[in-house]
Design a protein around this ligand. Structure first.
Ligand SMILES: Cc1cc2nc3c(=O)[nH]c(=O)nc-3n(C[C@H](O)[C@H](O)[C@H](O)COP(=O)(O)OP(=O)(O)OC[C@H]3O[C@@H](n4cnc5c(N)ncnc54)[C@H](O)[C@@H]3O)c2cc1C
Length: 385
């Protein structure tokens, strides 16, 4: 069997290894338009590669119903076992799981060396321009020459952080083949805020609870560290909020509500503030917040008493202007419609063609869920081939 894979990101790379191990007599060829394999993988997890999450549940993804049956079959222990069977040792920080080296470059190199060892062929600096799927064979046309395969796997990724390889150009090729593409939107990005008071806070970090409201509907509620920027707000909790917001069809009039002290009830915070103010009238707020955040709170409080300050601290309201765009995005919301594939991720339209990874309309929260999907989608196709 001759198998062609377009894209050497984690989904294509994992699948190439699985298939070559399962069918050693088969030819497995991976096309990559960049000179470096799996370029994006090097940048994952801030260079540490957060590749799995122990809390692997369907609600961490945009299509929980689609993920439910997949995760029933292939839960976290199964995935850990698959990686261990490839000699990949893991370490965890809470639920976040990393390679033991905690190094994304080392992990990317390990996968590359493993693929080479089992006999995968790489054709780099070669862009696939199109393909033709016929009854008995599939022709892959590159910017250099054409190749013939029995099966073709398309693993060309989404549109996020295009300098790392995937730039969304394969959506256009798939559209020409009649596939429907759910409009790609940047996911897991910082948010810009419509707020003139934000600028002096640039660089300030604080643990918080963040809620997002679409009109009156609460669509997001999570704790985490926020990081203020010149014109907006960032941090893992904000990335997740951004994805929750922009997964909505009509993300208008979005309000963020930030509670700077979620571990205390309103009454508890108010009593503490009143007590500490009585002790140290002038400087008691210094023990709560850094100076720019104190000023921000005071400028938004109706008065200087504990009641007003506690209200501000637990109720900072910001109007969301926009997301930061694809250049700052870690995952693409949207992509190839799930209606175009069967339960094996095989194309419904074109025989012998499979579609995996971020290319599909599957996106997960921050915390390893997107690399998990790369692995899951590779396993699904591997099981059926
Ligand atoms: C900065 C950053 C940090 C991230 N950190 C994490 C993390 O810690 N944990 C996590 O779970 N997720 C993380 N992600 C998301 C994760 O990296 C992606 O979801 C994952 O890489 C998707 O894998 P993929 O194989 O589907 O696509 P990609 O990794 O995008 O790979 C697709 C490949 O196809 C190639 N290609 C595209 N078109 C063609 C063509 N026509 N011809 C030939 N080759 C082509 C591209 O060059 C690319 O190499 C991060 C993303 C970014 C941007």
């Amino acid at each position: 069997m001759k198998i062609g894979i377009i894209g050497s990101g984690p989904s294509g790379l994992y699948l190439s290894i699985f298939l070559k191990i399962k069918h050693p007599e088969s030819e497995v060829v991976v096309f990559e338009k960049e000179s470096k394999l799996s370029k994006k993988l090097y940048a994952t997890g801030n260079g540490h590669c957060n590749l799995l999450n122990k809390n692997l549940t369907k609600d961490k993804y945009n299509h929980p119903d689609f993920m439910a049956s997949i995760l029933e079959k292939y839960g976290y222990p199964f995935l850990e076992g698959v990686l261990k069977s490839l000699g990949i040792e893991l370490t965890a920080n809470g639920d976040y799981v990393y390679p033991l080296s905690e190094s994304a470059p080392s992990y990317a190199l390990y996968l590359k060396k493993l693929a080479e060892k089992v006999g995968v062929t790489f054709v780099t600096e070669t862009r696939v321009l199109d393909y033709k799927a016929e009854e008995k064979e599939i022709e892959v046309k590159t910017d250099k020459k054409s190749f013939i395969f029995d099966k073709l796997i398309i693993a060309t990724g989404g549109k996020s952080d295009p300098k790392l390889g995937s730039d969304g150009s394969f959506y256009e090729i798939l559209k020409k083949h009649g596939y429907s593409i759910v409009e790609p939107i940047p996911g897991l990005t910082p948010l810009t805020l419509d707020d003139k008071d934000i600028k002096p806070l640039a660089g300030v970090r604080h643990k918080a609870n963040v809620k997002a409201f679409l009109g009156k509907e609460k669509i997001f509620d999570e704790n985490g560290e926020v990081l203020y920027k010149n014109d907006g707000i960032s941090g893992i909790v904000i990335f997740n909020a951004e994805s929750a917001i922009y997964r909505h069809k009509n993300p208008k009039d979005i309000e963020l509500v930030v509670d700077l002290f979620p571990e205390w009830s309103f009454e508890e915070l108010m009593n503490r503030l009143a007590h500490d103010e009585a002790l140290n009238s002038k400087f008691y707020l210094d023990s709560y917040l850094v100076e720019p955040l104190q000023k921000h709170i005071l400028s938004r409080s109706k008065g200087n008493d504990a009641l007003c300050i506690a209200t501000s601290m637990k109720n900072l309201r910001y109007s969301v202007k926009d997301h930061y765009g694809f250049d700052y995005s870690q995952v693409t919301i949207g992509g190839l419609s799930l209606n175009e594939v069967d339960e094996n991720l095989s194309s419904i339209k074109e025989k012998g063609v499979y579609l995996i990874g971020e290319l599909l309309d599957v996106d997960g929260d921050c915390g390893g869920y997107n690399l998990t999907w790369s692995l899951l989608s590779a396993i699904i196709v591997f099981k059926s081939l």
